[in-house]
Design a binder for this molecule. Structure first.
Ligand SMILES: Nc1ncnc2c1ncn2[C@@H]1O[C@H](COP(=O)(O)OP(=O)(O)OP(=O)(O)O)[C@@H](O)[C@H]1O
Length: 281
């Protein structure tokens, strides 16, 4: 029985004797208060549960560049600890979506919520402090600094260099690293601040099959502390090894989302993208 029902019933319990009226009123008010307490605590619990579960919510995001509409009403949710892949043809809007989530671009319309807080329009450095960190398609490191010096710009903890197989190269200038090593360094730099949400833009690009397998192992291990990861990738076999859910963007709209096995069987996705790409991934 809700508090409102209890109060309405008590209002109809018309009794001639004033003592009886007083006693029944006190009982009714007590019952109402008890119901109210239960209702408040349930509401609080549900609210808290949602806060804990939801890491990111992208709601109805639109973005245009001049005449070109790049995102048209994109909705995306990422839960705590979830690894979500984002795929789609070139120009589908994947990186634009990352740029909007990480504050490098503002949406024309729509809202971004991070752990239930509205973060739309906040700047990249504000979002990084809150725990949203990304890597870029084009690797960004300080090439005139050593691997170790690069790492020390973000953390005193050099363990990631061991984990990424870069320990032997720690005194090497970043400029002298191979493309695969640079890619791994950029991901180690993103991981070092221990982000809550990590967005990786084509992390497997340029990696050898062995490096890709090693990176997949690292990606799987890092979300054990509740970190969420979104990954844009064209190397689908590598992505499908780590992604629990895959979202497919085409011409600025999400056309499908599901488990990797469902995605490869989905006709619209095969027609829009996989038919051309999956065979060569
Ligand atoms: N700053 C910008 N100004 C104008 N047009 C842009 C800008 N950024 C992206 N675009 C255009 O928006 C469209 C979507 O680009 P976006 O980089 O988001 O696609 P994508 O899905 O990441 O593609 P790819 O897989 O090739 O990286 C493209 O047509 C691109 O040329």
């Amino acid at each position: 029985m809700t508090p409102m029902t209890t109060l309405s019933l008590s209002a109809f319990s018309g009794c001639a004797h004033s003592d009886v009226i007083a006693a029944s009123s006190i009982r009714a008010v007590s019952t109402a208060l008890a119901c109210l307490m239960v209702w408040i605590s349930k509401a609080k619990y549900l609210n808290l549960a949602e806060t804990v579960k939801s890491m990111l919510k992208v709601r109805n995001v639109h973005k245009r560049f001049g005449e070109c509409s790049v995102l048209e009403g994109v909705n995306l949710e990422i839960d705590k600890s979830e690894r979500v892949g984002i795929i789609g043809p070139n120009g589908a809007g994947k990186t634009t979506l990352f740029n909007i989530i990480t504050g490098f671009l503002k949406p024309d319309r729509g809202e971004i919520r991070f752990r239930s807080r509205d973060i739309t329009g906040l700047k990249p450095n504000q979002l990084a402090k809150m725990g949203i960190v990304r890597t870029f398609q084009i690797v960004k490191v300080f090439s005139n600094m050593t691997v170790e010096q690069n790492m020390l710009t973000v953390s005193d903890d050099l363990d990631y260099l061991r984990e990424f197989g870069l320990w032997e190269k720690r005194h090497e200038l970043a400029a002298n690293l191979s493309y695969g090593e640079l890619r791994k360094l950029s991901i180690a730099l993103a991981l070092a601040p221990n982000p809550k949400l990590l967005l990786l833009d084509e992390p497997f690009s340029g990696l050898s099959p062995k490096e890709a397998r090693d990176l997949a192992g690292i990606i799987e291990s890092i979300n054990h502390n509740g970190q969420s990861i979104a990954i844009i990738e064209h190397r689908l076999k590598d992505l499908f090894n780590v992604a629990e859910r895959v979202v497919v963007l085409n011409s600025g709209r999400i056309i499908f989302e599901g488990h990797p096995e469902e995605v490869v069987r989905e006709k619209t996705v095969v027609e829009a993208y996989l038919g051309r790409k999956y065979a060569v991934a």
